[in-house]
Write a protein that binds this ligand. Sequence first.
Ligand code: COA
Length: 157
Amino acid sequence: MSPDPIHIRVAREGDADAIVSIVNEAYRAEAFFVAGDRISRADVDTFVQAGSCFVAEADGAVVACVQVEVDDGRGYFGMLAVRPDAQGRGIGRTLIAFAEATVRQRGCVAMDIKVVNLRVDLIRFYASLGYTAGGTEPYVHRPVLQPCHFVLMTKAL
Ligand SMILES: CC(C)(COP(=O)(O)OP(=O)(O)OC[C@H]1O[C@@H](n2cnc3c(N)ncnc32)[C@H](O)[C@@H]1OP(=O)(O)O)[C@@H](O)C(=O)NCCC(=O)NCCS
Protein backbone atom coordinates (compact mmCIF):
# COMPACT_ATOMS: atom_id res chain seq x y z
CA MET A 1 0.00 0.00 0.00
CA SER A 2 1.32 3.52 -0.70
CA PRO A 3 2.36 5.55 2.37
CA ASP A 4 -0.20 7.83 4.02
CA PRO A 5 0.57 11.54 3.77
CA ILE A 6 2.00 12.15 7.21
CA HIS A 7 3.61 15.06 8.97
CA ILE A 8 6.48 14.29 11.35
CA ARG A 9 7.38 16.76 14.09
CA VAL A 10 8.98 16.85 17.51
CA ALA A 11 6.52 15.82 20.22
CA ARG A 12 5.02 18.47 22.48
CA GLU A 13 3.69 18.19 26.05
CA GLY A 14 0.12 17.94 24.76
CA ASP A 15 0.99 14.80 22.77
CA ALA A 16 1.96 12.74 25.83
CA ASP A 17 -1.44 11.06 26.34
CA ALA A 18 -1.63 10.05 22.68
CA ILE A 19 1.93 8.70 22.74
CA VAL A 20 1.32 6.61 25.87
CA SER A 21 -1.81 5.08 24.40
CA ILE A 22 -0.31 4.43 20.93
CA VAL A 23 2.82 2.79 22.37
CA ASN A 24 0.93 0.63 24.85
CA GLU A 25 -1.69 -0.41 22.27
CA ALA A 26 0.86 -1.16 19.55
CA TYR A 27 3.14 -3.12 21.87
CA ARG A 28 0.28 -5.50 22.72
CA ALA A 29 2.00 -7.33 19.85
CA GLU A 30 4.45 -8.41 22.56
CA ALA A 31 1.77 -9.80 24.91
CA PHE A 32 2.78 -13.35 23.99
CA PHE A 33 6.01 -12.95 25.97
CA VAL A 34 5.56 -9.99 28.30
CA ALA A 35 2.65 -8.69 30.38
CA GLY A 36 1.65 -5.14 31.17
CA ASP A 37 2.31 -1.76 29.62
CA ARG A 38 5.38 -0.98 27.50
CA ILE A 39 5.69 2.64 28.68
CA SER A 40 4.63 4.89 31.55
CA ARG A 41 3.45 8.47 31.33
CA ALA A 42 6.51 9.54 33.36
CA ASP A 43 8.90 7.99 30.80
CA VAL A 44 7.06 9.66 27.92
CA ASP A 45 7.19 13.01 29.74
CA THR A 46 10.96 12.60 30.14
CA PHE A 47 11.45 11.90 26.40
CA VAL A 48 9.16 14.78 25.38
CA GLN A 49 10.93 17.22 27.68
CA ALA A 50 14.28 16.10 26.29
CA GLY A 51 13.04 16.74 22.74
CA SER A 52 13.89 13.16 21.74
CA CYS A 53 10.39 12.01 20.89
CA PHE A 54 8.85 12.57 17.44
CA VAL A 55 5.30 12.01 16.33
CA ALA A 56 3.68 11.41 12.96
CA GLU A 57 0.33 13.06 12.31
CA ALA A 58 -2.20 11.96 9.72
CA ASP A 59 -5.37 13.98 9.18
CA GLY A 60 -4.46 16.11 12.20
CA ALA A 61 -4.20 13.18 14.63
CA VAL A 62 -1.09 11.62 16.13
CA VAL A 63 -0.85 8.09 14.73
CA ALA A 64 2.73 7.06 15.43
CA CYS A 65 5.86 7.92 17.39
CA VAL A 66 9.55 7.18 17.71
CA GLN A 67 12.24 8.15 20.19
CA VAL A 68 15.59 9.16 18.76
CA GLU A 69 18.87 9.68 20.61
CA VAL A 70 22.45 10.49 19.73
CA ASP A 71 25.39 9.38 21.82
CA ASP A 72 29.06 9.67 20.93
CA GLY A 73 28.55 9.72 17.16
CA ARG A 74 25.99 6.93 17.09
CA GLY A 75 22.24 7.13 16.76
CA TYR A 76 19.59 5.05 18.48
CA PHE A 77 15.86 4.79 17.92
CA GLY A 78 13.32 3.02 20.07
CA MET A 79 9.68 3.10 21.13
CA LEU A 80 8.70 2.95 17.46
CA ALA A 81 4.95 2.48 17.43
CA VAL A 82 2.16 2.95 14.91
CA ARG A 83 -1.48 3.03 16.05
CA PRO A 84 -2.84 -0.43 15.23
CA ASP A 85 -5.49 0.84 12.79
CA ALA A 86 -2.81 2.77 10.86
CA GLN A 87 -0.28 -0.08 10.58
CA GLY A 88 0.75 -1.64 7.30
CA ARG A 89 0.60 1.65 5.32
CA GLY A 90 4.27 2.56 5.32
CA ILE A 91 4.24 4.88 8.35
CA GLY A 92 6.70 2.73 10.34
CA ARG A 93 9.08 2.58 7.40
CA THR A 94 8.81 6.38 6.96
CA LEU A 95 9.57 7.01 10.65
CA ILE A 96 12.63 4.76 10.50
CA ALA A 97 13.92 6.71 7.48
CA PHE A 98 13.21 9.95 9.38
CA ALA A 99 15.13 8.72 12.45
CA GLU A 100 18.09 7.72 10.27
CA ALA A 101 18.11 11.10 8.48
CA THR A 102 17.85 12.92 11.83
CA VAL A 103 20.91 11.27 13.38
CA ARG A 104 22.85 11.46 10.10
CA GLN A 105 22.29 15.25 10.15
CA ARG A 106 23.68 15.23 13.69
CA GLY A 107 26.88 13.61 12.47
CA CYS A 108 26.21 9.98 13.31
CA VAL A 109 27.94 7.22 11.40
CA ALA A 110 25.67 4.40 12.54
CA MET A 111 22.24 3.63 13.96
CA ASP A 112 21.76 1.08 16.75
CA ILE A 113 18.51 -0.62 17.71
CA LYS A 114 17.45 -3.38 20.09
CA VAL A 115 14.89 -5.97 19.05
CA VAL A 116 13.61 -8.81 21.21
CA ASN A 117 14.80 -12.12 19.74
CA LEU A 118 11.24 -13.52 19.75
CA ARG A 119 10.15 -10.84 17.23
CA VAL A 120 11.41 -12.88 14.30
CA ASP A 121 9.41 -11.01 11.61
CA LEU A 122 10.62 -7.68 12.93
CA ILE A 123 14.27 -8.80 12.89
CA ARG A 124 13.80 -9.94 9.29
CA PHE A 125 12.22 -6.56 8.43
CA TYR A 126 15.12 -4.60 9.96
CA ALA A 127 17.58 -6.85 8.13
CA SER A 128 15.82 -5.93 4.88
CA LEU A 129 16.49 -2.26 5.74
CA GLY A 130 20.21 -2.92 6.16
CA TYR A 131 20.47 -3.65 9.90
CA THR A 132 22.77 -6.47 10.97
CA ALA A 133 22.74 -8.35 14.27
CA GLY A 134 25.91 -7.78 16.26
CA GLY A 135 25.34 -9.00 19.80
CA THR A 136 22.80 -9.59 22.54
CA GLU A 137 21.76 -7.96 25.79
CA PRO A 138 19.54 -9.23 28.61
CA TYR A 139 15.87 -8.18 28.52
CA VAL A 140 15.44 -6.52 31.91
CA HIS A 141 12.48 -4.21 31.27
CA ARG A 142 9.63 -6.25 32.71
CA PRO A 143 8.88 -9.77 33.99
CA VAL A 144 8.61 -12.09 30.99
CA LEU A 145 6.33 -15.03 30.24
CA GLN A 146 9.05 -16.88 28.35
CA PRO A 147 12.83 -16.50 28.15
CA CYS A 148 14.02 -13.81 25.75
CA HIS A 149 16.81 -11.32 25.16
CA PHE A 150 17.55 -8.30 23.00
CA VAL A 151 19.30 -8.66 19.68
CA LEU A 152 21.50 -5.60 19.06
CA MET A 153 21.24 -4.50 15.44
CA THR A 154 23.30 -1.85 13.68
CA LYS A 155 23.24 -0.05 10.35
CA ALA A 156 26.07 2.06 8.97
CA LEU A 157 24.70 5.41 7.79
C1 COA B 1 6.55 -2.43 13.68
C2 COA B 1 5.69 -1.22 13.29
C3 COA B 1 6.29 0.04 13.89
C4 COA B 1 5.68 -1.11 11.77
O1 COA B 1 4.94 0.04 11.40
P1 COA B 1 3.94 -0.03 10.14
O2 COA B 1 3.53 1.35 9.80
O3 COA B 1 2.88 -1.01 10.41
O4 COA B 1 4.95 -0.63 9.06
P2 COA B 1 5.03 -0.36 7.50
O5 COA B 1 3.66 -0.29 6.92
O6 COA B 1 5.98 0.75 7.24
O7 COA B 1 5.68 -1.75 7.05
C5 COA B 1 6.95 -2.09 7.49
C6 COA B 1 7.01 -3.58 7.76
O8 COA B 1 6.35 -3.89 8.97
C7 COA B 1 5.76 -5.18 8.85
N1 COA B 1 4.32 -5.03 9.06
C8 COA B 1 3.61 -3.91 8.97
N2 COA B 1 2.33 -4.14 9.29
C9 COA B 1 2.25 -5.43 9.58
C10 COA B 1 1.19 -6.25 9.99
N3 COA B 1 -0.06 -5.76 10.15
N4 COA B 1 1.45 -7.54 10.24
C11 COA B 1 2.70 -8.02 10.07
N5 COA B 1 3.74 -7.28 9.69
C12 COA B 1 3.52 -6.01 9.44
C13 COA B 1 6.07 -5.70 7.50
O9 COA B 1 7.23 -6.51 7.60
C14 COA B 1 6.38 -4.47 6.71
O10 COA B 1 7.33 -4.72 5.73
P3 COA B 1 6.86 -4.95 4.20
O11 COA B 1 6.17 -3.68 3.77
O12 COA B 1 8.14 -5.19 3.50
O13 COA B 1 5.94 -6.12 4.24
C15 COA B 1 4.21 -1.37 13.76
O14 COA B 1 3.68 -2.57 13.24
C16 COA B 1 4.07 -1.37 15.27
O15 COA B 1 3.80 -0.32 15.87
N6 COA B 1 4.21 -2.53 15.91
C17 COA B 1 4.07 -2.67 17.34
C18 COA B 1 5.20 -2.01 18.10
C19 COA B 1 6.55 -2.57 17.68
O16 COA B 1 6.71 -3.77 17.54
N7 COA B 1 7.53 -1.67 17.50
C20 COA B 1 8.87 -2.01 17.05
C21 COA B 1 9.71 -2.53 18.15
S1 COA B 1 11.43 -2.66 17.68
